[in-house]
Write a protein that binds this ligand. Structure first.
Ligand code: FES
Length: 85
């Protein structure tokens, strides 16, 4: 699985680096650092919707600290057949 976190200027202002840190911590927690290729992108074309990420071919928008766990569960863990702990 490939995950790209947008670090374009709009997403950056809305907290991309928080999301990258949360993503790294979540991948480590679930032992997914070898399964998931995490990288950064410079704009996913959804700038007005908050921090955007791309999970394989799916763009997910509006990530923040409050909804990160739910989005990680639905867009990452569920696709890997894992359940949130
Ligand atoms: S800056 Fe992130 S989608 Fe454009």
């Amino acid at each position: 699985m490939k995950i790209c976190v947008c670090v374009g200027s709009s997403c950056h202002l809305k907290g991309s680096y928080d999301i990258i840190n949360l993503m790294k911590a979540a991948l480590e927690k679930y032992g997914l650092t070898d399964t998931v290729d995490l990288s950064a992108a410079f704009c996913l074309g959804k700038c007005t919707h908050g921090v955007s990420i791309k999970v394989d071919d799916e763009i997910v928008t509006g990530l923040n600290r409050d909804n990160f766990d739910d989005i990680f569960a639905g867009s990452v863990l569920a696709k890997l057949g894992r359940k949130p702990e």
